[in-house]
Design a protein. Structure first.
Length: 264
């Protein structure tokens, strides 16, 4: 998702452990307008809620950003709490979410076993230290609680996407949010797979030219190995694709749930 789909794609900032190159305080002012807005946020929230058991009474959204997704996680009987490490994001979210805390996703200021669900949307693909984020989610979950998160960001556009075919050889070999990696981190902290779903990133179909411009700006810096002349060559190849200004199909994001074992 390039300038507004690759490096700006998390639902917020994780904290010092994130590998993003953005100033998330400055980003807060533009954040909602460049992400598919309400339609994409609503689709993301519906996917997350489909994996949160109805008995759940509290949900913590980690890396909540401006709260655009978080506020749509509301349902009767479910208390919402947002957390973000960027003051600008947290201030924006406070206008949408009943309670927002300023917090590093690796060191949440919450007691053990204090919430029924934890979510993170478009976050782990930016976090080098994803193991610590998963560990904190597991720590604050009550027995039977679920951690629901987006994974496999790089695969969202699918193998038939001609832009992705050009980018693929330059992708990082081990994405931070690879599903198998996140599931392994979860298993180490007592979390087991408990379902998955997908949703459409409305308004996020990218064009080759826009992708090339984002590449040259450095928006892919944490996720592609192309630099300098290699990046320029790659950008030229993207612009040489058919219909370079025509958006490609919208991405399909994967969401998984990991459940903490119920008390015996």
């Amino acid at each position: 998702m390039l300038h507004d789909e690759e490096s700006r794609d998390s639902a917020g900032s994780a904290g010092a452990g994130r590998d993003a190159l953005l100033d998330h305080d400055l980003e807060a002012a533009l954040y909602d307008a460049v992400r598919g807005g309400v339609h994409r946020a609503a689709a993301a929230a519906a996917a997350v809620l489909s994996l949160v058991p109805h008995p759940a009474r509290s949900l913590l959204d980690v890396g909540c950003g401006t709260g655009l997704v978080t506020e749509r996680l509301a349902r009767p009987g479910l208390r919402l709490l947002g957390a973000d490490s960027a003051p600008g994001m947290a201030r924006a979210a406070a206008g949408r979410v009943p309670r927002v805390i300023l917090a590093d996703a690796r060191r949440l200021p919450l007691p053990d076993a204090s919430v029924d669900a934890v979510s993170s949307v478009w976050l782990l693909h930016l976090v080098r230290d994803a193991r610590a984020v998963v560990a904190e989610a597991a720590r604050v979950l009550r027995p039977g609680g679920v951690f629901v998160t987006t994974v496999d960001m790089d695969a969202a556009h699918g193998p038939g996407d001609d832009i992705e075919a050009v980018l693929a050889p330059y992708r990082a070999l081990a994405p931070y949010d690879r599903a198998e990696r996140i599931e392994a981190f979860g298993a180490a902290h007592g979390l087991a797979p408990a379902g998955e779903t997908r949703f459409t990133g409305h308004g996020q179909g990218r064009s080759p030219r826009r992708t090339a411009q984002a590449l040259l700006r450095g928006d892919y810096a944490s996720r592609l190995t192309a630099r300098g002349p290699v990046a320029e060559k790659l950008a030229a190849e993207l612009c040489g694709l058919p219909a370079p200004d025509e958006p490609r199909p919208e991405p399909r994001y994967r969401v998984i749930a990991l459940r903490r074992a119920a008390a015996s």
